[in-house]
Design a protein around this ligand. Structure first.
Ligand SMILES: [Zn+2]
Length: 113
């Protein structure tokens, strides 16, 4: 299959981002299948532990959301729908995908949402 321009290997970029997110989640104690951090129940009422747990959970929520976007992008690659805006169906600019491989929207729709 001839190609006009060298294409970026988005799958590698996404796979790399995915494994980074997974290891960050694992470091926080939110590895696959785990819903929370393991704390000694004896210290469960300590306000410091509560605060730390809250921070870790907030971060984990963000990481999970990003992971979800990355996995959705990998899924679109598998389905051959990668790089198309989910709203208007236009081709997302290559520069945008390069900067954010998990982008779901073209720049116009992203600005609108
Ligand atoms: Zn769009």
């Amino acid at each position: 299959m001839a190609k006009d321009a060298p294409t970026i290997d988005y799958r590698s970029l996404l796979d790399q981002e995915r494994s980074e997110l997974l290891s960050e989640l694992a470091e926080l104690g939110f590895a696959d299948g785990k819903t929370g951090l393991d704390y000694d129940p004896n210290f469960a009422d300590s306000s410091q532990v509560t605060a730390e747990r809250g921070e870790a959970e907030a971060l984990a929520v963000k990481l999970r959301a990003t992971l979800g976007e990355v996995e959705a992008a990998i899924d679109r690659l598998d389905r051959g729908a990668y790089g198309l805006c989910e709203v208007c169906g236009t081709t997302i600019e290559a520069a945008r995908l390069e900067a954010k491989p998990a982008a779901r929207l073209c720049i116009t729709c992203a600005a609108r949402s």
